[in-house]
Design a protein around this ligand. Structure first.
Ligand SMILES: [Zn+2]
Ligand SMILES: [Zn+2]
Length: 178
């Protein structure tokens, strides 16, 4: 294990090349696909993928346990050791994108999964931002009551929409029987 810790620079999980990005300026790339590098990920200069250290994930209010464990039949048999601690990484899935995870050190995202993980992270960050806003509203005097009123109004709107949807489905059923 110490051999891994002795070298603090991150290496590519696939080709072993030293990764760029992170605290350094983001690696220049000709790819039009937005990279995770501008969020602090370390990018393989050969384009294999990106490493997001745990600290970067935490800044985005995420962790290496995002998504779900891949089912056993999709777990690869090859050894994929974490470049920081040398422990076998876990194959995980977030949406339709697979990635490698060491819960202590971060996640590895292959280039093919980069776009989807980037999109999922953007949604996640926005959701966390909204949760933060609501928590601050709740902390204000009268906040819980104001939020309860909004929730009730939302419930009424949903009831109304469900009613309208039911009526629409009934009309479609009648049309189809003709
Ligand atoms: Zn590489
Ligand atoms: Zn690790």
């Amino acid at each position: 294990m110490s051999a891994y810790r002795a070298n603090p620079t991150f290496a590519c999980l696939r080709c072993g090349e030293t990764l760029g990005g992170g605290d350094d300026p983001p690696a220049r790339t000709s790819s039009p696909i937005p990279t995770l590098a501008n969020q602090g990920a370390h990018t393989c200069p050969r384009g294999c993928g990106e490493w997001m250290p745990r600290g970067v994930l935490e800044k985005l209010h995420a962790d290496a346990d995002v998504g779900t464990t891949q089912p056993a039949w999709q777990q690869r048999t090859a050894q994929v050791p974490c470049r920081v601690c040398g422990e076998q990484m876990e194959a995980r899935k977030w949406g339709g994108a697979g990635f490698e995870s060491c819960k202590d050190h971060g996640i590895w995202v292959d280039a093919a999964a980069r776009r989807e993980i980037q999109a999922l992270l953007a949604v996640h960050v926005e959701q966390e931002r909204r949760i933060g806003e609501l928590m601050r509203e709740l902390a204000e005097p009268g906040g819980p009551r104001a939020l309860a009123i909004r929730l009730l109004a939302l419930e009424r709107r949903i009831d109304k929409l469900v009613g309208e949807l039911g009526a629409l489905e009934a009309r479609v059923a009648i049309t189809e029987r003709r």
